[in-house]
Each structure stands twice: as C-alpha cells, then as structure tokens.
Write a protein that binds this ligand. Structure first.
Ligand code: SIN
Length: 181
C-alpha cells in the first residue's frame, strides 16, 4: 500500500498509475480519475524492444522506457485505479517492464501522490538501448505486431504528448524523421 502521508486523496483499495508511453493514449482499463502529471528524475527513450505489441520476436519494434536522469521532468498521465487493474496492466506490460514506486506530481490538480509506473530496465532481455535517430525511425517504420504498427505507436505518443503540453525532443525528432521517410 502506498504512503498515505503524501497521498491524502487516495481512497482505500486504490492506487495511482503513471503512464508515459502508450498508457497515455491507449486507455483499455477502468479508472476513477485521470490527471496530467509529472515525475522527476527520468527521461523517456525509445530504447525498449517490443516483441509482443509493436513487433515480433524475429523483428522487434521500439517502444519507450524510462532512463534515470537526475533533474529531468517527465510529463505523462496519472490514473487513480482499483488494485484489480494490475492484473490487466501486468499482462499488458509483461515484455520486460516491472512495477516501480514513484512520487507523482499532479500538474493541474496540484499535490503529490505515491504511485506505480512500469519501467523496462537496461538489464531486461528485450532492452535494445540507444541507436541513431534515423536508424530508430527506420526500425519503427518497418515494425508491426499484434497491437498494430510501431509507426502508429510513435505518432500517437507524439500527438498525446503535445496535447498534454509536454515538449519531448526525443519523441518529436523521431516523429519528424518518420513523417519524412
Ligand atoms: C507506459 O506507457 O507507461 C509504459 C510503456 C508503454 O506501454 O508504452
């Protein structure tokens, strides 16, 4: 259970989940409340391989994970959810992602809540790591998986980030290159 001392809004049996990738725009789970939010100390990068959603084991796509980055703010969406939602989210985020506890700042509502995010660490077998922007964009353009095209993942994320007022130069650069290929 989260630390109630920083989380006066939390209802019993509920938790907050912070989404920074597809969890911002593909909301296939019930939630009680949704708030634009940010976390500190992490940056978003297309460094995680996707074998199960936007690629295949033979031809993995690229999706985002978080990399520790002291002082960096990462904006996303926070959802207040019932704990039962983890059954679905743990399955959805199974390819290398693990739950991690963080402080989540609610940008518009104000205040800080404790919550969970899914991060794919550099030691997970599907981690791809950095590559040149053009190479990553080529890989994203070429990749498809059971959840759809990798291209759609990138462009939907780019759009969703702009809608919540986030300037993410890494995502924006990949989207710009991909649109021009
Ligand atoms: C997230 O969206 O928070 C995790 C990464 C993803 O599912 O795209």
């Amino acid at each position: 259970m989260s630390d109630a001392s920083t989380n006066s809004d939390e209802q019993p049996g509920t938790d907050w989940v912070f989404g920074y990738g597809s969890l911002i725009y593909k909301v296939d789970f019930p939630y009680r409340r949704r708030e634009v939010a940010s976390i500190s100390g992490w940056k978003r990068r297309f460094w995680q391989g996707s074998h199960d959603h936007r690629g295949t084991p033979q031809a993995p796509g690229r999706v985002v994970t978080l990399i520790p980055s002291p002082g960096t703010l990462c904006r996303g969406m926070a959802y207040e959810v019932d704990h039962a939602v983890y059954e679905h989210l743990d399955h959805r985020e199974k390819n290398g992602y693990q739950r991690h506890r963080v402080d989540i700042d609610l940008v518009e509502a104000g205040g800080t809540v404790k919550g969970t995010l899914y991060v794919a660490g550099t030691d997970n077998p599907a981690f791809l790591g950095p590559a040149g922007a053009a190479e990553m964009a080529d890989q994203i353009l070429a990749s498809h998986g059971p959840s759809g095209s990798n291209r759609e993942y990138l462009l939907e994320l780019d759009k969703a980030l702009r809608e919540i007022g986030e300037t993410d130069l890494h995502v924006a650069e990949l989207a710009r290159i991909l649109r021009n290929i």
